[in-house]
Design a protein. Structure first.
Length: 232
């Protein structure tokens, strides 16, 4: 765990940079680049965030933000969503992809929220993961961004960059999340996962960097000559 970042304010430009030094530099640099990272999915409360995150699976945030106003104009609360049929929901969210599965999940979780949680999204990881179509990453995003509970949702950008930066072995997203939580202060998790996502979209893209060209990759691995192959 990083205790004092002051000693790492300047990057250590050598191939022997330790994992702790890499993590400290990365955290400091990302905080400079994205001091107040916004939540990229438009929402107004925990329920609309939950639905937006569910819709974002294999879909861009831009597309989700185009579709959610149409859906929420019809129903932005569980009590209203259950009045729509799955077919009606599916017709609205079709541009987001995987619409049959997502529509079934939205209808099902809305019903369960009414039956078991008084129509409110629970601020509890286990309860969220028990909802239809809500996996660990979706639950983590809601816990972090709706309720301010420290969590470290790992998406494809974070999984890729954590490997390029030598912060994880990258065996799977579960291992990546575990490794990142060990490296970074808990107080940084909620902002840091967004900061890494923004950096991955803007600077360290899947094909545009490959561990060789962006500022952070060149700083933490200045002697790297070959593209860093990342595990899925």
């Amino acid at each position: 765990m990083i205790q004092d970042l002051a000693q790492f304010r300047k990057p250590i430009l050598n191939a022997a940079m330790t994992k702790k030094e890499r993590a400290a530099y990365i955290l400091n640099r990302l905080q400079q680049l994205y001091p107040e990272p916004p939540v990229p999915l438009d929402h107004k409360d925990p329920y609309t965030l939950l639905i937006a995150v569910l819709l974002s699976a294999q879909c861009t945030d831009v597309r989700v933000n185009q579709i959610t106003p149409l859906l929420f104009a019809r129903a932005d609360k569980p009590v209203d969503m259950v009045k729509l049929t799955e077919a009606e929901i599916r017709a609205i969210i079709r541009p987001c992809g995987l619409s049959p599965m997502k529509a079934k999940g939205i209808a099902g979780l809305s019903r369960i929220l009414l039956e078991k949680h008084g129509g409110e999204v629970p601020a509890d990881m286990a309860a969220l993961e028990a909802l239809p179509a809500v996996g660990h990453k979706t639950a983590s995003v809601v816990m972090a961004q709706a309720f301010g509970v420290p969590a470290f949702p790992v998406d494809t950008h974070i999984h890729r960059l954590a490997q390029r930066w030598g912060l994880t072995s990258g065996q799977n997203v579960v291992q990546t999340e575990r490794d990142l939580k060990r490296l970074f202060p808990e107080s940084s998790w909620n902002a840091l996962h967004l900061q890494i996502i923004f950096y991955g979209r803007e600077h360290c893209t899947a094909r545009g960097c490959q561990g060789l060209t962006c500022e952070i990759c060149r700083t933490v691995y200045p002697e790297r000559k070959r593209p860093k192959k990342t595990k899925k």
